[in-house]
Design a protein around this ligand. Structure first.
Ligand code: EPZ
Length: 415
């Protein structure tokens, strides 16, 4: 168990370039399996989830070199489609390889990714979509085997705009004969970026970012290099840290149109936020206005991944805020840890009423998931005294160097 130590009370000021996006690079790495050649990705974050995905891709035959944020993958000889069970347990989003491996090898085997601390996270929509494209899915309790001698394009309507299911269906559709249409597709920036990558690889995709995506399969693919966009959630996390400390920061390397709902929320908290196309600046006097209602929703709504860092921010709010979590039922558990720091948060089902406090105090707390761990760091930089965040390995899955990043802005934080 690692411990992230934070000495609070130091305003965060200065400029920082934001790392590449975890939730963009993972599906793009899966997409690279579809091309029998070399793919190069730049601005790749050096985070645990990327190393885990590298381990899985090497297990199925991809040759990989990863150094200094540049990832070169040679998928010329991908033989088998079995995802190692231990990797699935470590990173449930490995399920997004199902469509790519099925499309590439005609068979994909994985174990149930299982739920995690933020929710049950079923994969029924993934399996339904692949079945509609002609895959035969068999389950033996622990393993899921998807086989398809030939995938065919289909008209697939998702009951929920699931990001992962949209990604899996998109990747299978690349190898399917004919046209696939996804209705009620996810609109997240990660889907837009994946479709931009596929287009660059030679796949005709239309409608990315809308609820209806149309993709033509079985096209000639080509060698591609692609730059991973900045991580909008890491950027939002650091804006929250700056706000609670009464700081002033300028974050670069992120495509701010992807952050519109997050920027709106910070302005609602009374922060002075300005932005350009690839940068966002926030100035705060340390006073945070309460926000009557923050409701998470699929894009372009307020992102569920920002809900935890925002709860930490509102714990310093001037009044009562209400947070409604509509995506992951387990995401409000963070309140219990913030309460150890003096936060006053009442949770009822999927809603949390946060009565802001002038100050929180340092404490020994525990990261329950990736974004909760980062949110505790947000609360800690604004708190009086020292906080120790016991982390079983979550934070480094998504934050390349939260310590160095916040240190570079004047924070006192170290592993
Ligand atoms: C992706 O998870 C992200 N992960 C999550 O980020 C993010 O919170 C989520 O999208 C929503 O934006 C990655 O990209 C690796 P979903 P995913 O399928 O694909 C239900 C982080 O912190 N659902 O859109 O799993 C599901 O239970 C992570 O970086 C089904 O019911 O999200 C949930 O309630 C956390 N059946 C909702 O949809 C399915 O088959 C959203 O899930 C699939 C999903």
């Amino acid at each position: 168990m690692d411990t992230l130590n934070v000495q609070g009370g130091y305003p965060l000021t200065g400029e920082l370039k934001i790392q590449g996006s975890k939730n963009t690079v993972l599906p793009v790495m899966a997409a690279a399996v579809l091309y029998k050649g070399v793919t190069m990705l730049t601005n790749v974050p050096m985070i645990q989830d990327v190393y885990c995905m590298i381990h899985i891709l090497e297990a199925v035959g991809v040759k990989i070199v990863f150094s200094d944020h540049c990832l070169v993958m040679d998928a010329s000889s991908v033989e088998n489609g079995e995802i190692p069970m231990e990797d699935v347990k470590r990173m449930r989003s490995s399920i997004m390889l199902l469509g790519a491996l099925l499309g590439r090898t005609g068979e994909a085997v994985t174990s149930y990714p299982g739920g995690c601390s933020i929710g049950l996270r079923p994969i029924n929509l993934h399996l339904k979509g692949l079945t509609e494209m002609g895959a035969e899915i068999s389950e033996d309790g622990t393993k899921i085997r998807a086989c398809a001698s030939r995938l065919k394009g289909a008209y697939i309507r998702l009951d929920f705009p699931s990001v992962g299911a949209t990604e899996n269906i998109l990747l299978a559709a690349v190898a399917a004969e004919g046209v696939t249409v996804i209705e009620n597709a996810a609109r997240e920036p990660e889907i837009i970026e994946l479709c931009l990558f596929l287009q660059k690889m030679g796949v005709p995709v239309r409608g990315a970012g809308t609820g209806r995506i149309k993709i033509e399969g079985k096209r000639e693919l080509r060698q591609t290099s692609y730059r991973i966009t900045g991580d909008r959630i890491v950027a939002g996390t650091y804006l929250a840290a700056a706000a609670v400390t009464g700081g002033q920061v300028r974050l670069t390397g992120i495509y701010t149109p992807y952050m519109a709902s997050v920027i709106r929320a910070f302005r609602e908290c009374g922060c002075d936020v300005t932005w350009g196309k690839e940068e966002v600046s926030l100035r705060s006097d340390g006073r945070v206005a309460a926000v009557p209602w923050v409701k998470t929703a699929p894009y372009p709504g307020f992102p569920t991944d920002m809900q935890s860092p925002f709860m930490a921010l509102l714990a310093y709010g001037n009044g009562v805020s209400m947070i409604e979590e509509t995506i992951f039922e387990g995401r409000l558990k963070l309140a219990e840890q913030l309460a150890k720091m003096g936060a006053d948060i009442r949770v009822e089902e999927n809603r949390a009423w946060v009565t802001g406090q002038k100050k929180l105090r340092g404490a020994l707390v525990e990261a329950g998931d990736l974004r909760a761990g980062a949110a505790l760091a947000v609360a800690a930089v604004g708190a009086e005294g020292r906080t120790r965040i016991a982390d079983p390995g979550y934070i480094r899955r998504g934050y390349e160097s939260i310590d160095w990043d916040l240190q570079s802005l004047g924070g006192r934080i170290w592993w």
